[in-house]
Design a protein around this ligand. Structure first.
Ligand SMILES: C[S@@+](CC[C@H](N)C(=O)[O-])C[C@H]1O[C@@H](n2cnc3c(N)ncnc32)[C@H](O)[C@@H]1O
Length: 227
């Protein structure tokens, strides 16, 4: 199949139009309070294979799915707003920013949604706006930097690849030992560093066979040990 040059060009020159044109505003199963631009069978991205996207020059659109780990974090923050109320929150590897938007809705003072994918930053802004909140975004790779400006770090489904899991483990562990509350939402990934984590809560998250190869994912929120 020839590369879809127009898709790559739109993603670059008019990313808002690309996000809007490749998604449908909808809610994720565990978090009906939050509306997001997500891909599904009505949106073109759903039908594209990884190879198609690669040919189009577009990185995998993680922002177009509400991953079970991010949904679990969002559910926890909406149900237990004291965890973030009045606090400075980093939503690391934010994707759609479902967790960061939940933090703002729960009363966080400020949320930075950080994801190295520039389209994720655009989707995060559009999603925040759709829910009547504001988040700042960053596409910097923050791994290894000081997070002293934050009280709470939330990270949904960051252990989906071994390389990412290994890069963040020591960094986030060290930040937790310096007094930051570091919460990870995870759907049972192999590369999750369990020995450094304490379980907080678990949820069954309705999924789709197209995305996850299962109907329900058991997602858990974990907290990095402070000691
Ligand atoms: C599986 S998605 C999870 C998205 C979202 N947190 C959720 O739960 O729906 C993983 C995300 O990690 C992002 N990512 C990978 N490495 C990163 C890094 N070093 N800094 C920031 N984001 C990163 C990817 O771009 C992708 O959006």
């Amino acid at each position: 199949m020839p590369p879809d040059v127009s898709a790559a060009r739109t993603a670059e020159t008019d990313p808002q139009a690309y996000v809007a044109g490749n998604s449908v505003l909808q809610t994720a199963p565990l978090v009906p309070e939050i509306t997001l631009h997500l891909a599904d069978e009505r949106a073109p991205l759903w039908n594209k294979t990884q190879r198609d996207l690669w040919d189009d020059g577009i990185v995998l659109p993680y922002w177009a799915f509400a991953w079970a780990g991010g949904q679990a974090l969002a559910r926890l923050l909406l149900d237990e707003p004291d965890r973030v109320r009045g606090k400075r929150v980093l939503d690391f590897a934010s994707g759609s920013a479902i967790s960061g938007i939940a933090a703002m809705m729960a009363g966080a003072a400020h949320v930075l949604a950080a994801d190295i994918d520039p389209l994720a930053a655009v989707a995060a802004q559009m999603n925040a706006e759709a829910n009547g909140v504001a988040v700042d975004t960053s596409t910097d790779d923050l791994v290894g930097t000081s997070l002293a400006d934050f009280d709470v770090i939330i990270a949904g489904d960051i252990c989906y690849e071994q390389s990412v899991a290994e890069r963040v483990r020591d960094w986030l562990g060290a930040e937790a030992r310096q007094g930051r509350d570091v919460l990870i939402g995870d759907p049972g990934r192999t590369f999750l560093p369990r020995k450094d984590l304490e379980p907080v809560i678990g949820y069954g998250v309705k999924s789709s066979r197209d995305l996850d190869d299962t109907d329900v994912r058991n997602a858990r929120v974990w907290r990095f040990s402070a000691g």
